[in-house]
Write a protein that binds this ligand. Structure first.
Ligand code: ZN
Length: 555
């Protein structure tokens, strides 16, 4: 009960809790149930293959990632560090569960339960302003304030790297991160400088030096550019990045870190596929006039193995791939880079996809569920975003698929990348560029992974796109459902034809910029068939995500 008293007396209350400040916290067994939704798994990589100097670099980076934890907690809520101390001092079973779940969520709000508090003495839901803005500031007050600022000041106030505070007179002001988080950023900067001095790889050294400087200057541009150019056995991503925690405006960036090692095997697989992209485009199952005779440069993709994470990266559902940077100036000049976390995908496959398959897939086809086709299809999905129609002409006017498809564009594009990914891999199998063994595995694993995507709901683009594909492929007889066993299977004699047909339909709609037709198709097909819904209902006891456990040394 101690935490309640301490926290209430420090006056840490949010706007949301004034109506019902009292709440009951879940019991230890409730918490155990919540924790069980995250399957613990060791996420690591072979650090022994690094040079001794690079191993030293790595340990500095792991220590810097830990500072991102503290920074993120401070950014989320001003009571977080005090609460963490209190939790750490509580040795009771219930106390230990609370601490465990606090670590999983990086704070006292349960992310899988609409961000409701699971510890007493905190705002009942995660405060939308986080600790980026003053507690009682409204959106209107902020907007009114910035409307009177000169443009340069306005930019700072709405920028990624400032917090908003009140001065002595209660007036709003922007405080740069290097002032607000001065001490923590000094420590992180020193660790990165020390790591830079040890690093032999010039691109790694350059990124670390520039990031160390950015933590002190609050100017992240040069270091973001250097991050794009990284080509090194160690691939660190560390700093303020995503803006989701700022639920008022999505302006402010949260600190996080992904410290990873390059996965050489998968990187060379990717290079090999990239060499076939123009040939795949030329052979897409669409009218020739819609094909792109000369594909532009693709955004770079890196496949890495995660060894440590920090800050927002730790919170709740684990990231398996990300696109950065977010700064539009860097993106305009250098593009963005996609980083795929191979070992995280593998852990999700083992802990979630396989148990789903065990319940959803026909027993005879279960031996075909395999990780390699799962990951290869994710790579193909990413690459296929770059293929097919992009710049189009609608009613004599030049436009893009994205503009023409408006709010349904992402669900449609995600489904296209999935199904065209199957088409592309089949093309490479037929050419002998990928082993024939993967053919049947790929379709069955894809069918099982459809249920994994649908579990997150069909309100979101990936889930909605997947519902469309599943309904379509069931209707075409590529997949079927057995009422007696309650399981799904792939019809290998139908699936290739159906995949070509769906790829053709979706890409043709995109090429014609036919918004109405796309909308009609989504409304008709992006629904859950009763057989699919029944299967989803069977999956409730399977973990929703993983809880990564690492055992790396740090300095
Ligand atoms: Zn995608």
């Amino acid at each position: 009960m101690k935490p309640i008293i301490i926290l209430l007396t420090t006056g840490v209350l949010c706007m949301g809790c004034t109506n019902s400040p009292k709440q009951t916290s879940p019991s230890a067994s409730d918490l155990a149930q919540k924790i069980k939704r995250f399957a613990p798994v060791v996420i690591t990589a072979d650090t022994a293959r690094l040079s001794p100097a690079d191993q030293h670099v790595l340990s500095k980076l792991v220590a810097a990632a830990k500072i991102m934890d503290t920074l993120y907690l401070v950014q989320g809520w001003e009571g977080n560090l005090t609460m963490l101390k209190t939790l750490e001092a509580d040795g009771s079973t219930e106390g230990r569960e609370r601490l465990h779940y606090f670590h999983i969520n990086m704070g006292p709000w349960s992310r899988l339960d609409e961000n409701k508090a699971f510890i007493s003495g905190t705002p009942v839901v995660k405060p939308p302003q986080a600790n980026y803005y003053p507690e009682k500031m409204t959106k209107e007050e902020f907007n009114e304030w910035i409307s009177r600022l000169p443009e340069a000041e306005q930019k700072k106030a709405t920028g990624f790297f400032t917090t908003i505070r009140r001065d002595a007179n209660g007036k709003l002001k922007a405080v740069p991160y290097n002032e607000e988080y001065h001490d923590l950023l000094m420590r992180a900067s020193s660790l990165l400088s020390e790591a830079a001095a040890l690093a032999a790889n010039p691109t790694l050294r350059s990124f670390l030096e520039k990031r160390a400087a950015a933590f002190l200057s609050n100017d992240y541009y040069d270091s973001d550019v250097a991050w794009m150019d990284l080509d090194s056995p160690i691939e660190p991503t560390i700093g303020p990045y995503e803006v989701y925690m700022d639920e008022l405006f999505n302006y402010k960036a949260a600190f996080e870190a992904f410290i990873a090692l390059r996965n050489n095997e998968e990187t060379s697989k990717l290079t090999k596929f990239s060499g076939f992209l123009q040939e795949i485009e030329n052979n897409l199952p669409i009218a020739d006039q819609y094909k792109n005779p000369k594909l532009g440069a693709m955004a770079p993709i890196r496949v890495v193995d995660q060894v440590a994470i920090g800050g927002e990266a730790k919170a709740g559902v684990q990231t398996a791939a990300f696109n950065l940077p977010n700064d539009e100036h860097v993106v305009a000049e250098k593009g963005s880079k996609r980083v795929m976390l191979y070992n995280v995908q593998r852990a999700k496959f083992e802990k979630i996809l396989k148990p789903i398959a065990d319940l959803a897939i026909d027993a005879k086809q279960l031996p075909l569920i395999a990780f390699e086709p799962f990951f290869t299809h994710i790579l193909a999905h990413e690459l296929m975003h770059g293929l097919g129609p992009h710049s189009i002409v609608v009613s004599g006017k030049k436009t893009t698929v994205r503009q023409a498809m408006k709010e349904i564009g992402s669900a449609f594009e995600e489904a296209k990348a999935d199904v065209a990914g199957l088409f592309a891999l089949q093309f490479l199998i037929d050419k002998g560029a990928i082993s024939k063994e993967m053919e049947n595995q790929m379709y069955v694993t894809f069918l099982a992974s459809a249920f994994r995507s649908l579990r997150f709901g069909i309100a979101e683009a990936h889930g909605r796109g997947m519902a469309l594909q599943l309904s379509y492929l069931l209707k075409e007889g590529a997949f079927s459902y057995n009422e007696e066993t309650g399981r799904f299977s792939v019809n290998f004699d139908q699936v290739k034809r159906a995949v070509r047909k769906l790829t053709n339909e979706m890409m043709t709609i995109q090429a014609q910029g036919n918004y109405e037709k796309a909308k009609e198709m989504l409304n008709r097909m992006a629904v859950l068939e009763p057989s699919v819904q029944r299967t989803l209902d069977k999956l409730t006891s399977i973990p929703v995500d993983i809880e990564p456990v690492t055992s790396l040394n740090q300095e």
